[in-house]
Design a protein around this ligand. Structure first.
Ligand code: CAA
Length: 413
């Protein structure tokens, strides 16, 4: 029987949420449009988040964090994203880049990096994707070659969010091209490592505040203690385990995006008058708002559920992480698009903040695994679970079972 997650918030998690709300009001709402226009980073908001201790939320106490888990992280990311989805990812990418150290790092690596991340002194990035390896995360080409006392890294990564700001880049590279399952290893690259460079800062449709870069590695020499976990060949697993923990964070960014767009749409619908009355009095607008609210609320609770499951170490976390990422990000795109519709012609212009929500929402369906990949992950889990316990076989007569059994074998070849 499926495990029933019991979502409960600790007083500390609710306090962090309140702090994030205050930071959002003070540093994000007034500055989001400016940073979007100039593609400039909101240093004030990042500093405030670091000083308040938000960067330690997902880090265990023994490494200087507050151990408020993926649920604490999700509550905070949602609040930040409601005001500025771009800052939501600028913040959450620090979790994505440091979770590999938590899931796979040696004790020494944890002690070296995590306390600095928690204090906001070590900003992070996660360098997995490449020009020719996006959804196919196993098909990487960046090489790390073993040499005396360390590794020599060469190649380029694509779409490294926070790449030009990060102090620590978790890099995934091929260490054994002949192996299928142990081909990849993760390395801890520091921005001061000779040979590390920023090849290009992308010009984006949305989330313009946070730099997304092509990062380059030209004969970067990394000592053995930079190999995550101290053992080669574990990189693919480390990347997948990290994404299982991080996807509720991107889903929380989506919930915040949807909630922010919905709030703007409700307010605008009350102010905008047509045919002598506020458009909020028209049933078609009310229907849209109601649908937007229902979907946002459903996404919110799926995210909290997945986040709580990640914190509890539940077995089916991959499936739930994929479900919340896919559902919440599709919701954000739809809600932001409908919000623009409610704003009408004004929604298409940059005079109001709503156009930015629609531009910021699109990437949510693409990064940290496209929603096509999420659906594939979910379906693979459903099929695996169905094979563990055959519900259909329990309920059909013996003669049908014989035919069904034959077809069943074929389906699972
Ligand atoms: N946890 C642990 N291990 C896992 C795992 C998980 N969640 N998922 C798979 N594995 C293991 C499997 O058990 C298997 O192990 P063995 O070889 O020992 O049997 C191995 O990993 C290979 O698994 P698959 O056969 O399932 O791998 P696949 O090649 O079919 O790919 C995939 C699976 C789901 C498509 C995966 O490649 C994937 O998630 N792709 C999307 C990548 C992604 O999210 N990229 C975004 C990067 S982050 C970003 O967007 C940038 C940013 O800065 C925000």
């Amino acid at each position: 029987m499926m495990e029933l997650p019991n979502v409960t918030f600790t007083p500390a998690q609710l306090r962090w949420r309140q702090i994030a709300h205050e930071i959002a009001r003070k540093y994000l709402l007034p500055q989001a449009a400016k940073h979007d226009r100039h593609a400039s980073y909101n240093d004030d908001a990042f500093r405030a988040a670091a000083e308040a201790g938000l960067l330690g939320l997902w880090i265990p106490k023994e490494y200087g964090g507050s151990a408020d888990g993926i649920l604490g992280l999700s509550l905070v990311v949602e609040e930040l994203s409601k005001a500025d989805p771009a800052f939501g990812v600028a913040f959450a990418v620090n979790a994505l880049g440091s979770i590999p150290v938590i899931v796979g790092g040696t004790e020494e690596q944890k002690r070296r990096y995590l306390p600095r991340v928690a204090r906001g002194e070590c900003s992070c990035a996660f360098a997995l994707s490449e020009k020719f390896a996006g959804s196919d995360a196993g098909g990487l080409s960046v090489q790390a070659r073993k040499m005396d006392g360390g590794w020599l890294v060469n190649g380029e990564k694509k779409w490294t969010t926070n790449g030009s700001r990060a102090d620590l880049i978790t890099l995934f590279a091929v260490t054994d091209p002949t192996s299928k399952s142990r081909r990849i290893s993760a390395f801890l690259v520091e921005k001061t490592d000779p040979g590390f460079f920023i090849k290009k800062v992308e010009d984006k449709m949305g989330i313009r505040m946070v730099p997304v870069c092509e990062t380059g590695y030209k004969n970067v020499h990394l000592s053995d203690d930079r190999l995550l976990g101290g053992q080669p060949g574990l990189g693919f697993k480390h990347s997948m385990m990290t994404l299982d923990w991080a996807r509720p964070g991107v889903a929380a960014q989506a919930v915040g995006t949807a909630a922010g767009a919905l709030e703007l749409a409700v307010t605008y619908a009350q102010k905008r008058k047509q045919f002598g009355q506020p458009i909020s009095s028209f049933q078609m607008i009310q229907g849209m708002l109601a649908d937007m609210a229902m979907k946002t609320e459903a996404a919110r609770w799926l995210v909290y559920t997945a986040a709580q499951m990640a914190d509890n170490g539940t077995r089916h976390i991959s499936k739930y992480a994929a479900m919340c990422k896919c559902f919440a990000t599709d919701t954000a795109m739809q809600v932001a698009t409908d919000a623009v519709q409610i704003f009408g012609g004004y929604g298409y212009m940059e005079d109001y903040p709503i156009a930015k929500f629609m531009r910021d929402a699109k990437i949510l369906q693409i990064y940290e695994g496209t929603n096509q990949v999420q659906r594939m992950v979910i379906a693979r889990h459903l099929i695996k679970e169905a094979m563990e316990f055959d519900y259909l076989n329990e309920q059909i007569p013996t003669e049908t079972q014989e035919t069904y059994g034959a077809e069943y074998e074929i389906v699972n070849v």
